[in-house]
Design a protein around this ligand. Structure first.
Ligand code: SF4
Ligand code: SF4
Length: 221
């Protein structure tokens, strides 16, 4: 029938309209914008009904764990007992190669004593106006060293000064990554063999190997 689609659409709108007031009544005593109401009604847990708007920028809708905006570099926590602030990036260059718009620029570090290249970036730049937030760099990094950030409020009038992120601006502590990605970071730690930096894990594995090699043979084995 002609116009049936229009009627159906209006029915959906009416349903949302009515549900909005029913939901409002549910949170009447608790405050429409109480933490409880806000958490449920902002619509990320599949429990929300009706319409619920937030007053951005004072209020923000929480983003899901898999949300991605521009990348950041993971560094060890600054209070880490073994390697405080160490880069996880080895400057292998894979992320720069796979980046579709080619907005990553890396300068490999050099050992000042030997003059040989070292597995750490001396400089790392990402042009965040060119970045298309695809997440390929994070997907392809073999060292879990580059991840997608949740911070989307990056607008500025200063194109060069503010939108070409250098290593300092890109680097964020491992605890920040864990707080953004509790599930993914746990999966990665399990695959890696621990929460620590790969160099610490390597050193531990080496020490364990040396200890077991030097240990006296167990009787009966
Ligand atoms: S972020 Fe990862 S992929 Fe990119 S250079 Fe560093 S280690 Fe390699
Ligand atoms: S998210 Fe995509 S476009 Fe942005 S730096 Fe990574 S690979 Fe490049």
């Amino acid at each position: 029938m002609y116009g049936l689609g229009v009627l159906k659409g209006m029915g959906v709108t009416l349903k949302h309209f009515v549900e909005t007031y029913i939901e409002d009544l549910k949170y009447l005593g608790k405050g429409k914008r109480s933490v409880e109401a806000f958490t449920v009604r902002q619509g990320l847990r599949g429990k929300s009904l009706g319409l619920f708007t937030v007053e951005y920028p004072e209020e923000k809708i929480a983003v899901p764990e898999r949300f991605r905006f521009v990348p950041f570099l993971v560094i060890n926590n600054l209070d880490d007992p073994d390697l405080p602030g160490a880069d996880w990036c080895t400057s292998c260059g894979i992320c720069a190669k796979v980046c579709p718009p080619q907005c990553i620029w890396i300068v490999r570090g050099t050992d000042p004593e030997t003059g040989r290249p070292k597995p750490a970036p001396e400089a790392f730049y990402i042009d965040i106006d060119i970045c298309m937030n695809c997440g390929y760099c994070a997907e392809f990094c073999p060292f879990d060293a580059i991840k997608m950030d949740h911070d989307y409020e990056l607008a500025s009038y200063d194109r060069i000064g503010e939108h070409i992120f250098d290593k300092k601006k890109l680097s964020k502590e491992f605890r920040y990554y864990r707080s953004l990605y509790p599930t993914l970071s746990a999966e990665e730690a399990e695959a890696r063999g621990g929460w620590e930096h790969k160099d610490v894990l390597k050193a531990k594995a080496k020490a364990e190997k040396a200890q077991s090699a030097g240990a006296p043979a167990q009787p009966g084995r």
